[in-house]
Design a protein around this ligand. Structure first.
Ligand code: GUN
Ligand code: FE
Length: 463
């Protein structure tokens, strides 16, 4: 193995070239069914954008500096479509409750602490450092209702070099006093003020996203006014959809006129249209909800670990894929314990097998769906969801020419087997077994967050 030197990173990344080539064992998704795996191939970055993957380096790229990671895996940075930054501190605790009790007893009391900027800075510092070191490049992040704390989080994310859509939560009902915005009009004003303050920061990588927590936490008036704001200004929206049966029954009571949960969001103007919408979960969708999700191009964040932990169920992901719905993965920390999308990929595969074993019983209906809708997911689909599928929201997550350039170099040498492994097998191993320490280089939008520099970085070895 070639000798490596840690030359570090982050803030010194200003000196890193805008055009460069990485060489190594490259794997990425071309579609939900197809992985491209190539040994010793060349990956081109031009001004933060992928220039393509080549078995031999085309002559036009030979002047670019080449970083030779032969023997290492190179894959796209991953995308987490749903994570609660404010819940990172208590992950792995309180895992003995269902969703609504867990929210009341665990999530809300922790989130209330973020009125204190000092607490927020400490908690969000830990969160952002964990994300920086992990396999994720792009994130859809829930903060809390607090403007100051959310701006602290946005500043830290921006400084890290990661790309995110980060949202101050909106909540004006069914939550403790400390987390309740005092009126719908007040909550709208808070959201607008926060948007103005975000805009003044001139972030490059940190985009604000409207975040009504979910229908039970927001009055009709608030949902309607946020929907209008989203449509008028073309702002993205994120929330929770059809996660847990008790929650869905509650939404039915709260919105008696809506055709279903997704229909309620649509009626409020919060379900796609002028700007993207990302909805977490979709564990118990009705057929018509699925048609609406497809029609509106809404992204679904599949969060298998959270769905198990807070006893929500097993989402029909194969069915969503068969329908051509845009699905990515979410960790949903702290409903989910682990903040790595590698882990979410493995969990998605396992959950899909349980769903097959349970068959129609998993739907709670004796008739069930077509057999094809129960076919378990494989590595191809899971890796696609966690990279190119979710990454499509940001035009990233793949090495197809034209996508924004996010890459990870994994030194998987200590995951070796006593027999030869193909690049695809090494990728499969990495999904299940790799840890942050295996990541020896990470680039987002073409900038290195950290890297171990190969010795022969400027020696262009293309034949
Ligand atoms: N629904 C509303 N809020 C939350 C939350 O914080 N986590 C999860 N998993 N579901 C929610
Ligand atoms: Fe969530």
């Amino acid at each position: 193995m070639q000798k490596m030197t840690d030359v570090s990173t982050g803030r010194s990344a200003g000196k890193f070239p805008a055009n460069f080539v990485l060489r190594g064992d490259i794997a990425y998704s071309k579609s939900p069914e197809e992985l491209s795996c190539r040994e010793g191939a060349f990956l081109v970055c031009r001004e933060g954008v992928c220039g393509g993957v080549f078995p031999r380096l085309p002559a036009e790229y030979s002047p670019f500096p080449l970083y030779d990671y032969r023997g290492k895996l190179i894959i796209p940075g991953l995308t987490d479509l749903h994570i609660h930054a404010s819940q990172f501190g208590f992950r792995g605790l309180g895992m003995d409750m269902e969703l609504l009790d867990w929210l009341e007893k665990r999530a809300f009391p922790e989130e209330a602490k973020f009125h204190d900027g000092g607490y927020a800075r400490r908690a969000y510092g830990l969160f952002v450092e964990a994300l920086r070191r992990g396999p994720g490049a792009r994130f859809c992040v829930f903060a809390t209702i607090h403007t100051e704390a959310t701006l602290i989080l946005q500043d830290l994310l921006e400084e890290s070099g990661l790309v995110s859509m980060t949202g101050k939560l909106s909540m004006d009902r069914n939550c403790p006093e400390a987390l309740r915005e005092k009126s719908a009009a007040g909550a709208l004003k808070n959201a607008e003020e926060w948007l103005d303050l975000s805009e003044k920061r001139n972030y490059r990588n940190t985009r604000p996203i409207l975040t009504p927590r979910f229908i039970p936490s927001c009055s009709d008036e608030l949902l309607y006014s946020l929907g209008k704001l989203a449509q008028d200004r073309g702002l993205p929206v994120q929330s929770h959809l059809s996660e847990n049966r008790r929650e869905i029954a509650w939404v039915r009571e709260l919105c008696p006129g809506a055709s279903h949960y997704a229909g309620a969001y649509r009626d409020f103007g919060l379900f796609g249209g002028e700007a993207p919408a990302i909805m977490a979960h979709c564990v118990w969708p009705e057929d018509e909800e699925l048609a609406l999700i497809k029609e509106r191009g809404v992204f679904i964040a599949h969060c298998p670990q959270s769905n198990a932990n807070v006893a929500s169920g097993i989402a029909p992901v194969r069915r969503l894929l068969n329908l051509g719905i845009a699905v990515g993965l979410g960790t949903d920390v702290a409903g989910g314990i682990h903040s790595s999308i590698f882990r979410a990929m493995g969990d998605a595969i396992q959950a899909s097998k349980l769903r097959k074993v349970l068959g129609p019983a998993a739907e709670g209906s004796p008739s069930g769906g077509a057999e094809e809708d129960y076919r378990p997911l494989g590595l191809e689909e899971a890796f696609w969801m966690g990279s190119a599928g979710g990454g499509a929201l940001f035009n990233a997550g793949s090495f197809e020419e034209g996508r924004e350039f996010d890459a990870l170099v994994l030194d998987d040498g200590d995951l070796a087997a006593p027999f030869p492994l193909s690049v695809r097998e090494r990728l499969e191993r990495a999904v299940y077994l790799s840890e942050d320490r295996h990541i020896i280089g990470k680039w987002v939008r073409g900038r290195p967050l950290f890297m171990i520099m190969p010795e022969n970085r400027f020696e262009n070895t293309g034949e």
